[in-house]
Ligand binder design. Structure first.
Ligand code: PGA
Length: 249
């Protein structure tokens, strides 16, 4: 194997705690010693204790968002100590659904990521352009701007940060970015980040990844994994991603 490869399931707002624990156990059932792909699961907050009870050290799990304060008057939020107390080890920050549907902006996202990293969670920080930005030729400029937040974090926590490139127009739409578009965005992200640390930064692709397209994506030189929504909701499709990704590394 030439590069580390992660498949991060993003369960979004799906499953009750018992359904989540049962799918998580099913993921554990197809792991194989020979397969080098790392599986992570990002679950709704209410299911984290159930995953903690089902915990499999080979499948780290985490939250989909996190607040930067340990506790306080922040209705609807969860804190890093809460996530860690049930065994969660990472969080997503800045998913495009948080940015677009819930209007979370760069300042807030920086605080969330910084709080999580300082208190000991790994962070999968999501970036990506809208269709309008892509069509206006602004993809690289938008990525660069979104990454400004991440550069000091990467300098301080080079081993705890993962970036996910998720073109907003490809998420949950069935439209997948072309392999050229993915490779060129990933390479741009790595170039921006390289100036801040010698540590290689894992960059994942997200947006309509499925068993039919994973092999081409996994084989791209600057792709270190995938953040997967729809195809992570069933054992069969996630297992197919796990096996097919390994075959093309
Ligand atoms: P999708 O979601 O695989 O359903 O497009 C990806 C994501 O939003 O992380």
């Amino acid at each position: 194997m030439t590069k580390p490869f992660f498949l991060v399931a993003n369960w979004k707002m799906h499953f009750t705690p018992s359904e989540a624990a049962s799918l998580y156990r099913e993921f554990g059932s197809f792991l194989s010693e020979e397969n080098p792909v790392h599986l992570w699961v990002s679950a709704p907050a209410i299911s984290l204790p159930a995953l903690g009870e089902a915990a499999n050290p080979k499948i780290p799990f985490g939250s989909q968002n996190v607040h930067f304060e340990d506790s306080g008057a922040f209705t609807g939020e969860i804190s890093v100590p809460m996530v860690k107390s049930v065994g969660g080890t990472f969080t997503l920050v800045g998913h495009s659904e948080r940015r677009t549907l819930f209007h979370e902006e760069d300042d807030l996202l920086t605080k969330r990521a910084l709080g999580a990293l300082h208190k000991g969670l790994k962070v999968v920080f999501c970036v990506g352009e809208t269709l309008e930005e892509r069509e206006g030729g602004k993809t690289e400029a938008v990525l660069k701007e979104q990454l400004q937040t991440v550069i000091p974090l990467f300098q301080e926590f080079p081993n705890a940060l993962v970036v996910a490139y998720e073109p907003v127009w490809a998420i949950g739409t069935g439209k997948v970015a072309s392999e050229e578009e993915i490779q060129s965005a990933h390479s741009a992200i790595k170039t921006v980040m390289k100036s801040s640390s010698e540590t290689p930064l894992p960059v994942l692709y997200g947006g309509s990844v499925k068993p039919e397209n994973i092999q081409g994506i996994a084989a791209l030189p600057d792709v270190n994994g995938a953040l997967v929504g729809g195809a992570s909701l069933k054992k069969e499709s996630f297992q197919a991603l796990y096996e097919k990704a390994a075959a093309s590394l």
